[in-house]
Design a protein around this ligand. Structure first.
Ligand SMILES: Nc1ncnc2c1ncn2[C@@H]1O[C@H](COP(=O)(O)OP(=O)(O)O)[C@@H](O)[C@H]1O
Ligand SMILES: [Mg+2]
Length: 223
C-alpha cells in the first residue's frame, strides 16, 4: 500500500473534508472532480504533506505522517512524492534538462546524478521532448512546459504522483494529450496517481473517479 487516509477531516471556518478514508495502491490512478471550493486542493495537499488534517491519520509508504517532524516530511516529499501543479513553475533561465535535474542539486553521489540524468533523457524522450532538452521554457509552448513539469515530478521515481488541475492552463488539445500521457505513465511507471481536475476528459483516463461533494468522496461511474 502506498498511501492511506483514515477518517481525514479538515476544518477551516467551515468543514471542508469530512472523515474521508481512502487507500491508494501501486498502479492505482484516481481522478478527483468537484466544483471550485469543494476541497480538492486541500485533500491533495494533505495527501502530499503540504498541509495537515484537523483530525484523522495519513499513512505514506508505511509511515504515520503526523509522527514525523518537518525534516522527515521534506524527506518523504523528496523521495516518495512527485507534484504537478496547474502552472509548470519551470525556472525561465534554466534549460528543460537543468530544470528537471534541479531536485538532484543537493545530491553528492555522482552515480546517482548520472542515473537521474539518464532517466531525464529517457522520460523527456517518452513525453516527446527529446529535441527540446536544451531549450529554455520561454522557447516552448505551455503544453510542452507542462510535459516537462511531469518529467520533473517523475525524476526521483516517486511512489505517488499528485497533480492539481495539471491541464488547467492548457488548450483543449494539449489538455487531452496530457491526460492520455498521464494514463500511459501510470501504467508504465507503476506509481500511484491522484489527479484533481475539472475535466471529465482527463478524469476518464484514470481507473477510478471520485467526486468531492459536501466534504465526502463519492465514487462515480466511468462515463
Ligand atoms: N488556507 C486556507 N485558509 C482558510 N480557508 C481555506 C484555506 N485553503 C482553502 N480554504 C477553503 O477551503 C475550501 C476548499 O478549498 P480548496 O481545497 O482550494 O478547493 P478546490 O481546490 O476544490 O477549489 C474553500 O472554501 C476555501 O476557501
Ligand atoms: Mg484547487
Amino acid at each position: 500500500m502506498l498511501a492511506e487516509f483514515q477518517n481525514i477531516s479538515k476544518q477551516y471556518d467551515h468543514p471542508v473534508l469530512k472523515e474521508i478514508s481512502l487507500t491508494i495502491h501501486r498502479g492505482d490512478s484516481i481522478a478527483i472532480v468537484g466544483p471550485s471550493g469543494s476541497g480538492k486542493s486541500t485533500l491533495l495537499n494533505i495527501l502530499g504533506t503540504l498541509d495537515r488534517p484537523s483530525s484523522g491519520r495519513v499513512i505514506l509508504n508505511g509511515q504515520v505522517v503526523d509522527k514525523l517532524d518537518d525534516n522527515q516530511l521534506a524527506g518523504i516529499r523528496n523521495r516518495f512524492i512527485g507534484f504537478v501543479f496547474q502552472l509548470h513553475y519551470l525556472l525561465p533561465q534554466l534549460t528543460l534538462l537543468e530544470n528537471i535535474l534541479l531536485p538532484m542539486l543537493p545530491v553528492k553521489d555522482k552515480l546517482v546524478v548520472k542515473e537521474a540524468e539518464q532517466r531525464a533523457y529517457k522520460l523527456l524522450d517518452r513525453v516527446g521532448l527529446n529535441d527540446r532538452v536544451t531549450h529554455l521554457p520561454g522557447e516552448l509552448s505551455v503544453g510542452e512546459c507542462q510535459r516537462a513539469a511531469v518529467v520533473r515530478a517523475l525524476i526521483n521515481n516517486p511512489g505517488l504522483l499528485l497533480a492539481d488541475e495539471p491541464t488547467g492552463s492548457l488548450d483543449e488539445a494539449s489538455a487531452a494529450s496530457l491526460g492520455i500521457l498521464l494514463g500511459e505513465l501510470n501504467r508504465e511507471e507503476e506509481m500511484g496517481m491522484v489527479v484533481v481536475t475539472h475535466s471529465m476528459e482527463i478524469a476518464r483516463r484514470m481507473k477510478v473517479i471520485y467526486k468531492l461533494h459536501s466534504g465526502r468522496l463519492e465514487k462515480i461511474d466511468q462515463p
